[in-house]
Write a protein that binds this ligand. Sequence first.
Ligand code: FES
Ligand code: FES
Length: 159
Amino acid sequence: MIALFINGKSHALALDPSTPLLWVLRDELGLVGTKFGCGKAQCGACTVHVDGQAVRSCQTFLEDIDGAQITTIEAVSEIPIGAAVQQAWLDVDVPQCGYCQAGQIMSATAMLSEVSVPTDADIANYMSGNICRCGTYMRIKKAIKLASKIIEADRQGRD
Ligand code: FES
Ligand code: FES
């Protein structure tokens, strides 16, 4: 039995320990906001947070994450930084087809949790594992910079 805390709820999973987290999220728990793209940790469509770090859930196996805290796109807005990222995504109107965007938002939220004012190089570096077939990269960069400003304004409002 493997225990996971997913979006604040605990789950005891009697599954093969080698099952990829992506299949647990989508097929067992119906959390289909996390997308399947390549299945090989090369496109970023399946990105979720494990203990706050962005990981590719298609290549993250249950046996390696027993007891971990998982956050998916369905609950990212409960993290204040995730809420700011989603707001910026809406304001900039980032998506085209939308398929890659859950993964992009999860990576951007993890990055802004570590680096509150990212440079262009930071963004290129952190986001390089998230592929967008529609080529929304310029809008993604703009939205990340806007999210950084929203987060900073919130912080100053609280001081
Ligand atoms: S589906 Fe996981 S990285 Fe592409
Ligand atoms: S918006 Fe279509 S793949 Fe990124």
